[in-house]
Design a protein around this ligand. Structure first.
Ligand code: ZN
Length: 429
């Protein structure tokens, strides 16, 4: 059993960024009297009550069974309730393992509790099954995350058919009492529209789901639906106002101590509030998305904090998401309102340049000089103008591999790795 609270205190207090914080060990650690965390993808947080366990999050389809095993080595009490902090696959996909555990032990089936919008999310996942499998292979395919295999082996569908639907849903608040222990569920939008954070007054603890992920907030994911950075920050402020002594996120390390938790909440809320204010301010001034993307940055010292590093999502994507939330999809460039097809633009540019090979050569030179953003545009035109050209796709493949290496966020790495992979069959003939 790891001392996760000492680990997180040390990391936060020293600013250490070398010690891993998002650990998928499948191990359970006790973090309070009758409170435990199983570190997984996502974690499950378990709370002992006189009527059995209350569990926050079921982990993923691929980790649910291991999480249940870890939990059972700690407690043989039935699971009375399982709260989904939100409907993402890595928080709900392990639910069949909890149902099977109850059946195997002769316990009653756990009561699954979630926000009202979770069933709508499940319906959307069924409607967009193919799309979600594609994007998750891309998102998690960039860093060799094979053990996560979202949308992979076990699940025929992105959301497995046996995922437990919520038995109880709520709109804004839900007051639970399980075996004498009060638990207050609160809805808030942030990473998703269906998020729940839970206050456990007897422990002065908050199970916050993905409102803290020990990475820069996932408020900009380029391949997924709208996120809500301003409301995310507002929820962090609400949680901070309760002065919790123990914070239990679904990814990363639990945190103890009122001041330490307040500092983390404030840092995360402040960077989101800053980004929203600056982007919306520029939108009000009539500035285009292009100018905003290239002028609004988060200070390096913010991104250097161990719980705000841009290793999963990143601020540039959050900026785009803020534009989409308050504006529309059009970026302000009239040529891109009703543009010519990419292939037509690529062929025209290639003709002007003197051929696709010239563009590819220029892409390499530009990359050598450090201009990876521009180099990728040049090589895209080259590849689109000569879709079957092995030499050009060899340049494209190398360039995107280089781009992937240069990026920090899993989301950027994943998309650039997928681009490199797309050229591989042409290179290999
Ligand atoms: Zn998550």
């Amino acid at each position: 059993m790891a001392d996760l609270l000492a680990l997180s205190s040390g990391i936060i207090d020293s600013g250490d960024v070398d010690t891993p914080t998002n650990r998928v060990t499948q191990e359970l650690s006790e973090v309070g009297d009758g409170i435990a965390v199983v570190e997984s993808f996502s974690h499950s947080v378990a709370l002992r009550t006189d009527d059995g366990l209350v569990v926050f999050d079921a982990s993923s389809p691929f980790t649910g069974a291991a999480v249940v095993d870890a939990l059972r080595a700690w407690s043989t009490d039935p699971v009375d309730s399982l709260v989904y902090t939100h409907g993402h696959l890595d928080h709900v996909g392990g639910s069949p393992a909890f149902v099977a555990d109850a059946e195997g032990r002769g316990d009653k089936r756990p009561r699954f509790i979630a926000h009202d919008a979770v069933p709508a999310r499940f319906a959307r996942y069924r409607d967009t099954d193919g799309y979600n499998s594609h994007i998750n292979n891309r998102q998690f395919g960039g860093i060799g995350a094979t053990k996560l295999r979202i949308g992979g082996d076990r699940a025929h569908h992105f959301l497995p058919d046996d995922t437990a639907a919520p038995d109880v849903t709520y709109e804004t608040h839900l007051a639970l009492n399980v075996g004498g222990t009060d638990i207050e569920l609160h809805h808030g939008r942030g990473e998703t529209d269906d998020h729940t954070w839970s206050w456990i007054p007897s422990h002065r603890a908050i199970a916050c789901g993905d409102f803290l992920i020990w990475n820069y907030p996932n408020a900009g994911n380029p391949q997924k639906v709208q996120r809500y950075p301003a409301e995310w920050a507002a929820c962090l402020r609400q949680m901070a106002a309760l002065e919790p002594e123990l914070l239990l996120p679904a990814h990363g390390l639990p945190i103890e101590g009122k001041e330490r938790i307040a500092r983390v909440f404030d840092d995360v809320a402040t960077t989101l509030e800053d980004l929203v204010a600056r982007v919306v301010g520029l939108m009000n001034d009539g500035v285009t998305l292009d100018e905003i993307v290239h002028s609004v940055h988060v200070p390096d010292e913010t991104l250097a904090k161990p719980y705000l590093r841009p290793m999963y999502d990143e601020p540039e994507f959050v900026v785009r998401n803020i534009w989409r939330l308050y504006g529309g999809w059009w970026d302000g460039n009239p040529a891109r309102l009703k543009p010519a097809p990419d292939s037509a633009i690529a062929n025209e540019v290639a003709t002007l340049a003197g051929g696709a090979a010239v563009l590819a050569r220029r892409a390499t030179e530009t990359a050598e000089a450090g201009g990876l953003r521009l180099a990728c545009q040049l090589v895209e035109w080259a590849g689109d103008a000569a879709p079957d050209d092995r030499d050009i796709h060899a340049v494209r493949q190398q360039l995107y591999e280089r781009r992937r290496t240069a990026e920090t966020s899993l989301m950027a790495k994943g998309i650039f790795a997928a681009a490199a992979r797309d050229s591989a069959p042409i290179v290999d003939g």
